[in-house]
Design a binder for this molecule. Structure first.
Ligand SMILES: [Zn+2]
Length: 412
């Protein structure tokens, strides 16, 4: 009798632990906007450094062109280059819709028809896994008719600790309600980098120290759950210094040219009206200014595949040299009179070619299947998607640009 009771208890315990082992994997994808590849080495933030020591770090994360926030977040989310997922810049014109995508236009940002590919949260939901987002580019739009099970409309004023507390609440949900694919977003380093430039150690360290303490609370909290959680910590791009005297006025460069002009600062799209000669226009603009060059989109120097979304890129691109930035008269006034920029004379910008190391971001990963104390070479941000698919046990869509092999070595 007693023997069978012991047997029964052992059986139950074994059963419980077997159930615990079957807990579904969870990935928390965290984006630290504008976190340049060299910030950890320069500022030694305590908690991020600890996470790296217990996990894997890349030398740097190579963004896709243009190294702007929206195209790159959406590339990380879909494993596709901007020229394939269709968010080709922070601002761009769609001739078919006769509308301009702009990151500050809420109606457009939340309209799923602008977004191609299958973001990680959509893929998860399509395979009966719940997803949640405390902000990520594309998460507020219904893409392929799917939204995350839990998400918030973007509001940059929500304190970081509120976002983190919400993730703990999600993790406490019962198994069938708990999200497995969670995205988070923090803008702090981008804000400070833009205001003071990437060489203002005092300001950057101040912001990073606070952010690192908040992330430390997240990392510690995550470890207290008896759940197989992985953390993938990334950024969308780096930051280059722009001195105030290196601001260029776009208006005299394009004056009198029959074109729709869409300016993103580190690149300008020109949609020429019918009959305007491309080569002549290139020569004209280049003769009007220094520190810029103008290229025919069809030369495929920046966007390399034009087969899907050439209409969104325009006919010509004006590209300033690294450290120069195109704005208009209003912009010049704003930069010269706004806060820290006006005081220090230097600020930060991005959007330039990913070939510049200054544009590189970060990739750090930690979790039960991630190698410890491991370093990998710089790699392109399209390859994060298949790694997360692998961690969650999701099939990798065949139309993505990322390849599973690139980050295979990261997994134990
Ligand atoms: Zn950004």
């Amino acid at each position: 009798m007693r023997k069978s009771l012991v047997f029964a208890v052992a059986w139950i315990l074994l059963g419980v632990s077997a159930v615990a082992q079957e807990k579904q994997p969870i990935v928390i994808l965290i984006s630290l906007d504008g976190f340049r590849y060299d910030y950890v080495e320069r500022f030694q933030p305590e908690n991020i450094t600890k996470l790296i020591q217990q996990g894997t770090a890349a030398q740097s994360l190579i963004p896709s062109f243009p190294s702007k926030t929206f195209p790159n977040h959406y590339t990380i989310a879909t494993g596709m280059k901007p020229e394939h997922h269709g968010v080709v810049d922070n601002n761009f014109y769609n001739p078919t819709k006769d509308q301009q995508y702009s990151i500050s236009n809420r109606a457009i940002v939340t309209d799923g028809s602008w977004y191609g590919g299958t973001p990680l949260w959509v893929l998860a939901e399509q395979h009966d896994k719940k997803s949640a987002s405390y902000f990520f580019v594309g998460s507020e739009a219904d893409i392929q008719g799917v939204s995350p099970s839990y998400y918030f409309d973007y509001d940059g004023s929500v304190p970081n600790l509120t976002r983190i507390a919400q993730v703990f609440e999600w993790l406490q949900l019962p198994d069938d309600e708990r999200p497995q694919m969670i995205t988070m977003y923090f803008s702090d380093m981008d804000d400070t980098g833009h205001l003071y430039g990437p060489h203002n150690d005092e300001q950057l360290k101040k912001t990073l120290t606070r952010l690192d303490a908040e992330l430390g609370a997240l990392f510690e909290g995550v470890k207290s759950f008896d759940l197989p959680i992985s953390i993938v910590l990334v950024s969308d791009h780096g930051m280059a210094e722009v001195a105030q005297e290196k601001l260029l006025n776009l208006e005299p460069l394009v004056e009198g040219i029959a074109a729709r002009v869409v300016n993103s600062g580190a690149l300008v799209h020109l949609h020429l009206k019918d009959g305007v000669d491309k080569e002549e226009t290139i020569r004209l603009i280049e003769s009007r200014g220094e520190h810029i060059h103008v290229i025919n989109v069809e030369d495929r120097e920046y966007y390399q595949d034009l087969s899907l979304h050439q209409d969104l890129m325009g006919d010509l691109l004006i590209i300033p040299d690294l450290g120069y930035y195109l704005t208009d008269s209003r912009g010049l006034f704003r930069y010269q009179n706004k806060g820290a920029m006006a005081k220090t004379g230097n600020f930060g910008e991005h959007g330039y070619s990913p070939d510049y190391p200054e544009m590189h971001g970060i990739f750090y990963a930690w979790g039960p299947r991630i190698k410890q104390g491991f370093t990998i070479d710089s790699f392109e941000n399209i390859h994060i998607y298949p790694l997360i698919c692998e961690l969650l046990g999701l099939p990798v869509p065949s139309d993505i640009d990322g390849r599973v092999e690139v980050l295979q070595a990261v997994i134990d």
